[in-house]
Design a protein around this ligand. Structure first.
Ligand code: HEM
Length: 442
């Protein structure tokens, strides 16, 4: 059964060992190995993972066919055991099945978050206030070697907390520090035991890790549940304060049906808290690292900001059009770092095809975004950091690349794209304007 293709004309791929599957899943950088394999098997191929099969999609044309052209066919998420440890009914957004309730919920969340300023310039002042707190923190540590990662995480996390919970946390708040730490540990643990999704027979050997992962996830859920309970206690439909209040009002209107209930809200909050912190903060950490490693680019960005914004106020979103080199540098940071080297798992809602192959309903599909951002045919010398890929010096404008998709595309594309883009621009340009970042001597 292991070696039998799930349907006729199924994508080919490497043989795997019975029970364990392809060794590709045991490599250090799975996305790089998956990309290498595409050179032999083509842009759509299959690999064995444990006793199951996965379809791997690599390269611009195949990824666009899957996410855009046939976006409806591949909009589902597979039920993943590792997420079910803390969210058994797959509530929320990121791991939810693509059913009617999910579509209503995603639409509602999107509209509400936009209404609250998500991705709108009206929310700009909130982001700028948070940036000022971060910059003040940096100023107090001038000329002292400083680990910026934790503090950037807390700063970025406060933005999503303001929108969803209606409050920010002090950087020294022990509960806040604990939750962010829990989130990181949860992420790491999920990666560690991800293979057990398919290799159920290995689970008895990882009992401690599995319990630890479940507890971390449950703690995140408990934290969000606490925020919901606090909101229930003070809920007033004439004074809707934030995302939670808006959701509670909607659930009341729908009599807690149509997929709207407290358990779902809890999972939505965990999704937003995790996705809204980790991704943007990691990109900003990469931004500082790359600027430290490329001082001449850092200098050029600084001068563009100095000339076009000045030094008396922090950059605003409106300044973006006057800062094309800064913008190009940010895009190159996203390309180079590629912090989401693959999408979350998609799955086929119906029998479909991809690049001429048959894909049966329910098949798990993994799209390798790394292949879009590091393909030497699209990006000569892809491992070289060079903002000029996105900058046309002759016109002083930003170059758009069709195959650049850090937020994925289609039905399950990132819900926070606009917010993330605004955050990245405001944080990055403000940090570049106010400080010069270097490696501590020695
Ligand atoms: C630099 C920042 C970010 C990057 C690179 C990024 C990237 C991604 C990617 C690649 C996906 C998977 C899409 C797929 O499976 O096809 C995703 C999903 C998602 N992102 Fe982001 N993201 C970022 C920031 C954010 C922020 C700030 C939020 C919101 C608070 C957010 C919320 C989400 C959600 C809710 C999903 C799941 C969407 C769904 O399943 O329908 N992301 N993101």
């Amino acid at each position: 059964r292991h070696y039998k293709a799930p349907c006729k004309n199924f994508p080919p791929g490497p043989w795997g060992l019975p029970l364990l599957g392809s060794s590709a899943y045991f490599s250090k950088h799975i996305y790089k190995t998956m990309w290498e394999l595409s050179k032999k098997y083509g842009s759509v191929y299959s690999v064995k993972m444990g006793p199951d099969c996965r379809v791997i999609v690599v390269g611009s044309d195949a990824i666009k066919e899957c996410l855009v052209k046939k976006g409806n066919d591949y909009a589902d998420r597979p039920p993943l055991w590792v997420f079910q440890l803390s969210n058994p009914h797959a509530y929320g957004i990121t791991s939810a099945r693509f059913d009617d309730a999910f579509q209503r919920r995603r639409r509602f969340c999107h509209t509400t978050l936009r209404g609250l300023g998500f991705g709108k310039t009206s929310f700009e002042s909130k982001i700028t206030e948070e940036i000022s707190v971060l910059l003040d923190h940096f100023k107090r540590k001038l000329d002292i070697p400083l680990e910026v990662k934790d503090i950037i995480n807390r700063s970025v996390s406060n933005i999503i907390c303001s929108i969803t919970f209606g409050k920010r946390f002090e950087y020294t708040d022990p509960e806040f520090i604990y939750m962010i730490d829990t989130m990181h540990k949860w992420f790491a643990m999920i990666q560690k035991i991800f293979r057990l999704n398919a290799m159920a027979f290995l689970r008895p050997f990882y009992k401690n890790e599995i319990n630890h992962c479940a507890n971390l996830g449950k703690n995140l859920h408990r934290f969000c549940r606490q925020q919901i309970d606090d909101h229930h206690a003070k809920f007033n439909e004439d004074n809707i304060r934030d995302f939670i209040d808006t959701y509670l009002a909607e659930a009341q209107k729908r009599h807690n049906s149509d997929g709207f209930c407290d358990e779902d809200l809890q999972s939505v909050l965990v999704d937003l808290f995790v996705a809204g912190t980790e991704t943007t903060a990691t990109t900003l950490n990469w931004a500082l690292l790359l600027m430290i490693l490329h001082p001449s680019i850092q200098e050029k960005v600084f001068h563009e900001i100095k000339e076009n914004v000045g030094m008396n106020r922090l950059p605003k979103l409106d300044d973006r059009k006057h800062l094309p080199y800064t913008e190009a540098t940010l895009l190159e940071i996203q390309r180079f770092a590629c912090i989401a080297p693959y999408t979350l798992s998609h799955s086929a809602l119906t029998d479909s095809t991809l690049c001429g192959y048959n894909i049966p309903k329910g098949m798990v599909v993994l799209l390798i975004l790394w292949s879009l951002h590091h393909d030497p045919k699209l990006w000569p010398e892809p491992n070289k950091f060079d903002p000029n890929r996105f900058y046309d010096a002759s016109t002083g404008t930003v170059i758009k690349h069709e195959s650049f998709m850090p937020f994925s595309a289609g039905r399950r594309m990132c819900m926070g794209e606009q917010l993330a883009k605004h955050e990245l621009f405001l944080y990055f340009s403000s940090m570049m304007q106010q400080f010069q970042f270097t490696i501590p001597p020695g």
